[in-house]
Design a protein around this ligand. Structure first.
Ligand SMILES: Nc1ncnc2c1ncn2[C@@H]1O[C@H](COP(=O)(O)OP(=O)(O)OP(=O)(O)O)[C@@H](O)[C@H]1O
Ligand SMILES: [Mg+2]
Length: 328
């Protein structure tokens, strides 16, 4: 079953009117409207981790805000487990957990009080609330700090507490807007591990991220969004394939020599100087290694270290965006 079905979804924002008369505004309607989300259609399967990846201002938060019933779509509709997200907000909110971008916990409450409060709103029984809060705080490594006021929490603790709050109601689907953005390694690691753990137990997860590694590590499928449009939707492996002809080799030679003539070899596309070595973009790792070995043998140069790189998701992302811009 599909957990989310999004059909022809758009959100247009009007720009601020600086005293321009209405008639004139109508005339300039096209220029005064931003298409933050521009006619997107996609589905998320139950049990999937689905990622929305895109640059600043691409429309990720606007999409998630429409999905979580905060913003009314200009056109199109969203169904969460078959239920219309705007028409039946209460029903939909009962099955979802939500961690918005730049959200705040109740700062004058302790971590514990925040969880009790949210549990009460969701009608979780007192016994259940206490058990659930203890479990979550332990899992998210906040139990020791449960009685500390949330205003004294670090950013990473704040984000972990928000996740605990979103999970208090045992949601079937979790929406996370930039769950690890700006966090230290330790907090990000805990969050990633737990996203995976909850997903293994069957929870569907929709997340937005800037972080290619997060998308790569966590997501079953990724939609790349730019200027309000989905420009690619696929598995991380397939998205990486787009840059298959952008494999790379890092080469270091003894005595720090950097033979620039390597760039004249047939199978080599580009050579960049890096500290004490060369970063070489190639089309085919095997062919290039054969050619390089022949070259060093005949020139009496010794290789100190060689490592190969598969194309990174980040490179695929930039390439897809570039291609999208060219096609616009
Ligand atoms: N309430 C609003 N009024 C007018 N314009 C808005 C509003 N909210 C968002 N926008 C505009 O819509 C576009 C998409 O914004 P959105 O916040 O969805 O992007 P994003 O992909 O989440 O970016 P980021 O990575 O920076 O979080 C931007 O051009 C933004 O300025
Ligand atoms: Mg955003």
């Amino acid at each position: 079953m599909e957990a989310i079905i999004v059909n022809n979804l758009s959100k247009h924002f009007g720009l601020v009117n600086h005293g321009i008369k209405n008639r004139k505004r109508e005339k300039n309607q096209q220029e005064t409207t931003i298409k933050a989300v521009d006619d997107i259609t996609f589905e998320v399967e139950e049990g999937e981790i689905f990622g929305f990846l895109g640059p600043n201002g691409a429309g990720k938060t606007t999409t998630i805000r429409m999905m979580t019933g905060v913003l009314k779509p200009t056109t199109g509709d969203i169904k969460i487990f078959g239920v219309d997200a705007w028409q039946n907000q209460i029903a939909v909110k009962q099955v979802m957990g939500n961690v918005p971008e730049m959200a705040n916990v109740y700062v004058s409450f302790s971590g514990w009080q925040n969880l009790m409060f949210v549990g009460e709103i969701y009608g979780v029984s007192k016994k259940e609330r206490i058990k659930k809060a203890e479990d979550l705080l332990k899992k998210f490594d906040l139990y020791e700090k449960r009685n500390l006021k949330a205003k004294k929490y670090s950013k990473g603790m704040n984000q972990r507490l928000l996740l605990c709050m979103a999970l208090m109601s045992n949601p079937e689907i979790l929406f996370l807007d930039e769950p690890t953005s700006g966090l230290d390694v330790q907090s990000a690691k805990i969050i990633k591990q737990l996203i995976r753990e909850y997903n293994t137990q069957g929870m569907t997860i929709f997340l937005t991220t800037h972080d290619m590694e997060v998308a790569n590590e966590l997501c079953d499928r990724i939609a790349i969004i730019n200027h309000g449009k989905i420009i690619s939707l696929d598995t991380p492996i397939n998205i990486r394939k787009i840059t298959q002809d952008y494999q790379a080799i890092d080469l270091y030679f003894t005595d720090g020599v950097k033979p620039q003539e390597i760039k004249n070899l047939q199978s080599i596309r580009e050579v960049q100087e890096i500290q004490e070595g060369l970063h070489i973009i190639v089309e085919n790792i095997h062919d290039s290694i054969c050619e390089i070995t022949d070259y060093v043998k005949s020139h009496n140069i010794k290789i100190k270290h060689l490592s190969t790189h598969q194309p990174k998701l980040e490179e695929a992302f930039l390439k897809i965006i570039e291609r999208g811009i060219k096609n616009e």
